[in-house]
Design a protein around this ligand. Structure first.
Ligand SMILES: [Mn+2]
Length: 304
């Protein structure tokens, strides 16, 4: 049974090139998130949105880490909310926004876990992309393509103390569904120890075997819990057209559900983040509705 869920919205799109994902939290709420979670018998509290500035009102500071200080401010507010949620034994459900918010979510989980406990956590990162660039190697300068590298210990130059030096051990990170990695990002992933299970792996052995592997590795064979970060671009654009950065050749609708169902069955999910829903590119809110469906599967909804 999932504990009490706390919804936290983050209407941020400064980490991405294209506007629109700032409306993601509204679209996901409009698709009935709270009511549907409650219909599963879960306790849900919506804590509203973290404040986020808009691109039109501010300047790009660094070309290789656009809007860095503003992304950092938003992530700091988010990390405090997530940490308090974790400290009080709740399950944070973070709604993006672009994927740069993961820096705040993951720091919040790390800070929320008591320093005295031996508790740790791993991450399953469901995404078409690796988000494992840094300002030194990025082709775009967009921070949503760097968030996982920052959280895995490569961000201290740009997110200095009091930010955690490393929010998550790269050996406990598994990326699932990757199909578009930048050349230097590939090198960085390989030397970091992050496991990448690509669409090619899903083609070859199926989503079930891939997720079994992912859950085992991220949880250190069941020894720690898992944070799940779902970028809706995991799913093929035919089923998820309204995302920040669509890439063809993604997971099918059923594969995505299977992944979330297996995460629930593992009993190991400690928190969930759903990002990159872009209502401007969407078709009648279909992608936000899919996001809600996938959240419900992760929280225990079953067909029978
Ligand atoms: Mn992403």
């Amino acid at each position: 049974m999932v504990g009490q869920i706390e919804i936290i919205g983050v209407p941020l799109d400064l980490g991405a090139d294209r506007r629109g994902v700032d409306m993601g939290p509204s679209a996901i709420r409009y698709a009935g998130l709270s009511v549907k979670l409650k219909s599963l018998g879960l306790r849900v509290e919506d804590r509203g949105n973290v404040d986020a500035p808009i691109a039109e009102a501010i300047d790009i500071e660094l070309p290789n880490a656009k809007y860095l200080s503003k992304v950092r401010d938003v992530c700091l507010s988010l990390s405090k909310k997530v940490a308090s949620s974790v400290r009080t034994g709740k399950v944070p459900l973070v709604l993006g926004g672009d994927h740069s918010i993961a820096i705040g979510t993951l720091a919040g989980i790390r800070n929320g876990i008591s320093k005295e406990s031996s508790e740790d956590f791993g991450v399953i990162w469901l995404d078409a992309h690796g988000d494992f660039n840094t300002p030194d190697i990025t082709p775009s300068g967009n921070i949503h393509g760097m968030s996982l590298a920052f959280a895995a210990g490569q961000g201290s130059k740009w997110f200095p103390p009091p930010w955690p030096k490393r929010s998550v051990d790269p050996k406990k990170i598994v990326i699932v569904g990757a199909r578009q990695l930048d050349p230097k990002e590939q090198v960085n992933l390989k030397k970091s120890g992050v496991k990448v299970l690509s669409m090619s792996d899903i083609d070859r052995v199926g989503m079930m075997a891939v997720m079994k592997d992912a859950i085992n590795d991220a949880s250190d064979n069941g020894n720690n819990k898992i944070h799940v970060s779902l970028d809706l671009d995991l799913v093929d654009p035919s089923d998820a057209p309204g995302v920040g950065t669509p890439v063809r050749g993604g997971a099918t609708y059923r594969e995505a559900h299977l992944a979330m169902e297996m995460i629930h069955e593992s009993g190991l999910m400690r928190s969930l983040e759903v990002v990159e829903v872009n209502p401007i590119l969407d078709q009648q809110n279909a992608t936000a509705e899919l996001a809600v469906e996938l959240i419900l599967s992760a929280m225990g909804k079953r067909i029978i």
